[in-house]
Design a protein around this ligand. Structure first.
Ligand SMILES: NC(=O)c1ccc[n+]([C@@H]2O[C@H](COP(=O)([O-])OP(=O)(O)OC[C@H]3O[C@@H](n4cnc5c(N)ncnc54)[C@H](O)[C@@H]3O)[C@@H](O)[C@H]2O)c1
Ligand SMILES: O=C(O)[C@H](O)[C@H](O)COP(=O)(O)O
Length: 378
């Protein structure tokens, strides 16, 4: 039995070879000839999975090692009786830590305290809710917008988008891409919304490029609007607008979710789903796969302030690395995908074990996701 896997899926060979013969292939473009004898297809977000790709082949199961599913025509798969699984939440922590890395950098550059800012979170799912929890742990005010959750009657103080636009100093998008329907998110941040942001606001898009109208954003920036921008995702990818990149404060190649943990969770989630589909249910413990990180432990002294948090966060992951790589690479064909394929190992805050002589610091760092412990006499 042949299982086709995207070559940008760590641990795929190791895991899926327990279930069949594994062939790793590029995801964009996917070599269609490989589909003829494949029973299962494991993709990432760069492969459009639909009738045009799969009609006439014998694929019985599709897995995507991603949180987003807008690249998959799930209705067609269901109609054909093809099994499907995504990897919800696999890289939510990675995206949260990307957003923190960016905001801590901008706060230092522009000399403000995050505690004095209000953060509007649009889309309060796996990413948005974890972001809210960490911001609240730091005493930072958040405003939440999630109409589907509000309509479902979920607990939470959900506000209309207009309230966030009016009151937030930082507006960050974490929704799926819906091209139509009641909860359409395509161009949710249009020219009118962008123009209405508070002067000096920060706009973050780490969900899907077309959620922000990129042409409108470029026009607003060219017009001199006082706005800082952090873009991990672009409209379109991989051929982003180089002039827009020049004008954003932080620009990266759709790598917000690319921690090793996040990618490994993505692979294990679809592996487990496929093994269940085959009736051979298998579970994988993530820590049996992951290597020891470069920096394992350190000791900090005294209370946690923003400067110390920035030093710790950037020790694990400094977003400026990825911003610089994209700026150097852009313009050369294929570079966007090459940066993503050859992504250097990046870990999550939980990989860093911090000894703290201050009990409150240890408690707060734990809430923020570090492997912190109170050790009075270190
Ligand atoms: N840049 C990256 O590397 C990266 C990584 C992970 C996820 N993503 C993208 O981010 C999205 C969010 O990720 P997630 O794991 O939190 O997904 P999720 O499905 O857990 O959460 C999405 C939330 O958005 C809400 N939502 C839907 N329509 C909305 C609307 N019109 N307005 C406001 N909220 C709305 C949903 O109700 C849900 O709570 C994914 O769909 C994916 O496209 C990007
Ligand atoms: O939806 C997701 O999970 C993310 O956007 C994911 O990180 C995208 O990475 P890709 O699948 O394109 O490698």
């Amino acid at each position: 039995m042949k299982i086709l896997v995207d070559e940008n899926m760590p641990y795929a060979r190791e895991l899926f070879s327990r279930l069949g013969e594994v062939k790793a292939v590029p995801g964009r473009p996917l070599p269609v000839s490989e589909l003829s004898d494949a029973e299962a297809l494991m993709v990432r977000s760069v492969t459009k999975v639909n009738e045009a790709l799969l009609q006439g082949h014998g694929v019985k199961f599709v897995g995507t090692a991603t949180a987003g599913t807008d690249h998959v025509d799930q209705a067609w798969l269901a109609q054909q009786g093809i099994g499907f699984s995504a990897a919800p939440g696999c890289n939510a922590i990675a995206v949260v830590e990307y957003v923190f890395s960016a905001l801590l950098m901008l706060a230092e550059r522009d000399g403000f305290a995050l505690r004095d800012r209000t953060v509007g979170i649009v889309g309060v799912g796996n990413v948005g809710s974890r972001l809210q929890a960490r911001l609240e742990a730091l005493g930072i005010r958040t405003l939440l917008c999630d109409p589907p959750r509000k309509d479902r009657g979920d607990d939470g103080d959900f506000q209309p988008l207009e309230t966030l636009v009016r009151e937030a100093d930082i507006l960050t998008f974490h929704t799926p891409l819906y091209k139509e329907g009641q909860y359409k998110t395509l161009h949710m941040a249009d020219e009118a919304l962008i123009a209405s942001l508070k002067p000096g606001a920060i706009l973050v898009n780490a969900c899907r490029g077309p959620v922000v109208d990129n042409a409108a954003l470029r026009r607003r920036l060219e017009a001199g609007q006082a706005l800082s921008t952090v873009l991990d995702v672009w409209e379109p990818e991989p051929d982003l607008d180089v002039e827009l990149l020049k004008r954003v404060d932080i620009g990266t190649a759709h790598i917000a979710g690319y921690t090793l943990e996040g990618k490994a969770r993505g692979t294990t989630q679809v592996f487990e789903a496929y093994s269940t589909f085959l009736g051979q249910s298998q579970q994988v413990a993530l820590d049996t796969l992951l290597p020891t990180p470069d920096v394992v432990r350190l000791a900090v002294h005294g209370p946690l302030n923003q400067a110390l948090l920035k030093r710790l966060a950037h020790l694990v992951y400094d977003v400026r690395r990825d911003d610089a790589l994209l700026r150097h690479a852009t313009g050369r064909p294929g570079e966007f995908d090459k940066l993503r394929k050859n992504y250097a190992e990046r870990r999550e805050w939980s990989s860093l074990y911090v000894l703290c002589d201050d009990a409150a610091t240890a408690a707060l760092l734990q809430k923020l996701g570090f492997g912190a412990v109170h050790h009075p006499s270190h």
